[in-house]
Design a protein around this ligand. Structure first.
Ligand SMILES: C[S@@+](CC[C@H](N)C(=O)[O-])C[C@H]1O[C@@H](n2cnc3c(N)ncnc32)[C@H](O)[C@@H]1O
Length: 241
């Protein structure tokens, strides 16, 4: 696994990144369970990807041509595992900075005997910028990203105009950015940013949100939201240019 600096500010001021970057995550300490440790030890050599290896050649990486989905911030990997199991004919790349989550997904991949998933354990923005070829993705998934509720923290939300443009470049024409959130203000923010972003078409008939699509597995965040009486908002934007 790559050596991610636990202090974002320190890392942001390194020579390779002279400009201070605002990150959408904070590295959380977390002990790994035995299963997660096994996932990292045995699964990382099989499924782990390193930014230092540079741009990916996806057909060579997966040994075939297939529909390709990338999930940013997969958490404990439940959705990604379920989707990859349900669609062995498709390829998936997951990105998550939380180590126990990475371990959990890797352990799940080993247990399920899957070979159609690869994993990064670092900042998704760096992965998109440095490793994912342009026009290579059929879908990019962003499920329940950190909402950064407080106004002074809103700038840390991953969905911003520059993110929309970066994602547009990585999607194929016709490829789709699918987002979901249980935080209404973030849903409104996503809608505002994406509606103003050039080169996209909102797939919602009324130009706002879509009904929950069957292909999105229900996450623990969604279940918790439901228990608390919160809504969930799904948005799908297709690259048209
Ligand atoms: C609120 S959690 C949701 C997890 C999962 N998608 C779910 O629905 O259960 C958001 C996750 O995104 C990850 N994350 C946030 N920014 C990220 C980034 N720039 N690169 C990779 N992971 C990121 C966090 O570590 C966190 O695990």
């Amino acid at each position: 696994m790559s050596d991610v600096n636990d202090n974002p500010q320190e890392q942001d001021q390194s020579e390779s990144q002279p400009r201070r970057t605002i990150r959408s995550f904070v590295m959380r300490a977390g002990r790994m369970t035995e299963g997660q440790q096994r996932g990292v030890e045995k699964g990382w050599p099989l499924f782990g990807l390193d930014l230092a290896d540079g741009p990916l050649e996806l057909d060579a990486l997966f040994g075939r041509q297939a529909a390709r989905t990338l999930e940013i911030g997969f958490g404990m990997g439940h959705s990604l595992l379920e989707m990859a199991q349900a669609a062995p004919e498709q390829d998936f790349i997951g990105i998550e900075v939380h180590r126990p989550g990475v371990g959990a997904l890797l352990n799940g991949l080993l247990n399920a005997g899957l070979s159609n998933v690869r994993v990064y354990d670092c900042d998704a923005i760096e992965v998109l910028n440095q490793a994912i070829p342009d026009a290579s993705l059929d879908r990019l998934l962003l499920f329940f990203p950190d909402p950064w509720h407080k106004k002074k923290h809103n700038k840390r939300r991953i969905v911003q105009p520059a993110f929309a443009e970066l994602v547009r470049r990585k999607l194929k024409i016709g490829g789709v950015l699918h987002m979901a959130t249980d935080w209404e203000h973030y849903a409104e923010h996503m809608l505002e940013v994406m509606s103003a972003a050039p080169g996209y078409r909102n797939q919602a008939a009324d130009g706002t949100y879509i009904p929950r699509p069957d292909e999105r597995p229900i996450t623990k965040f969604e279940k918790r939201g439901e228990r608390l009486g919160h809504g969930v908002w799904d948005l799908k934007f297709e690259r048209i240019d």
